[in-house]
Design a protein. Structure first.
Lengths: 154, 189
């Protein structure tokens, strides 16, 4: 065994502590460790064993940043407070809907009434003219009053 | 105790306004959702944006979750995929939807994503079996790529003590690995 090669025990100790990544090995031992793995089957087998553990450890997903966690926890708390606000909002919407429907009904009634008045002003004289043959709409009032109201004092 | 509840139980609790349940769902699945989004979108900023939208959707819909319909992880996968498609459309509004939509069998990708998530949970559970010193040593040297000098300074140990801790930690993880069967077959997503 070359005198500058680490002893087997030292080789195993380094590999079992630092694993298969050469960057993790002590700088002064890196070159000789690499040579040993290349030349010695037993060393290569030990290296492969440590590499399997490293590959497994590498499968751990990265931890989210603390800033992201804080932001998301804040969002969570906001969202958890939101349900009560949503309930209040629902009651407000119900009240608004009732008011809207009442207002709408009233508006419809007024519009209908106005339309009736307009129709009356337009159609009334035409009916009068048809019935009396006269062009004076006010004459209809005299006819009504003489027809339906007593002419002699009571 | 939220950590012992199933995902479905946690969703029901979220529907009742349980913030702790929501935090537990995030702890379990945020890494998985981020992984999906990062694979689909290719950059961390949009992946985080998508993940936030996914969990906002979870908070809103949790109360309506019906158990037995699907696995929660499958549902998360679908929500995440759809959100990523929306973001990709925003990037390329004239792109053909077939170029950016799910492949013909989305359940295959959902199943692989689930395996990735399960493997992540297994590894984290194995790391949780280590002593605090062992876990910290693995985190510093393996996951954070600190050099030996930086790790010993961080932990306040000698180099020999650090190496001893690392050896015991890795030996314990080897035992867990052996108990998993043959987990060296990697699942790519």
């Amino acid at each position: 065994m070359p005198p500058n090669q680490p002893a087997q025990k030292t080789f195993e100790a380094l590999l079992s502590a630092y694993g298969s990544r050469p960057d993790n090995w002590p700088a002064e031992a890196r070159a000789t460790l690499e040579d040993r793995i290349e030349q010695d089957p037993q060393a290569a087998a030990l290296f492969a064993r440590e590499k399997s553990l490293d590959d497994w450890l590498d499968a751990r997903l990265p931890d989210p940043s603390p800033e992201l966690m804080d932001k998301m926890l804040a969002n969570l708390k906001t969202q958890m407070r939101a349900p009560s606000a949503q309930i209040v909002g629902l009651d407000t919407r119900r009240q608004t809907n009732w008011q809207a429907s009442t207002f709408g009904a009233g508006l419809t009634a007024l519009t209908t009434l106005a339309a009736c008045f307009m129709a009356g002003f337009i159609i009334g004289p035409l009916i009068f003219e048809t019935l009396t043959g006269a062009g004076d709409p006010l004459a209809s009032l005299e006819i009504i009053s003489t027809t339906f109201l007593p002419t002699e004092p009571l | 105790m939220v950590t012992s509840q199933t995902d479905e139980q946690l969703l029901a609790a979220i529907g009742r306004g349980d913030t702790a349940a929501g935090a537990e769902v995030m702890r379990r699945h945020l890494g998985y959702v981020l992984h999906i989004c990062h694979r689909k979108l290719g950059n961390a900023a949009e992946a985080e944006e998508a993940a936030q939208d996914v969990f906002a959707s979870v908070w809103k819909s949790a109360g309506n979750w019906q158990s037995g319909q699907a696995k929660v992880t499958t549902w998360l996968f679908r929500v995440a995929s759809n959100r990523c498609i929306d973001i990709l459309r925003r990037r390329r509004p004239t792109a053909n939807i077939d170029d950016i939509s799910e492949p013909s069998d989305p359940s295959a990708n959902a199943e692989k994503a689930l395996q990735v998530a399960q493997r992540d949970r297994t590894i984290r559970a194995a790391l949780d079996t280590l002593s605090p010193d062992q876990k910290q040593a693995i985190e510093l040297v393996y996951y954070q790529d600190l050099k030996q000098r930086e790790a010993v300074d961080n932990m306040g140990l000698s180099l020999a003590a650090l190496e001893s801790i690392l050896r015991r930690a890795r030996a314990k993880l080897h035992q867990t690995l052996a108990a998993q069967g043959d987990p060296t077959e990697m699942v790519s997503l």
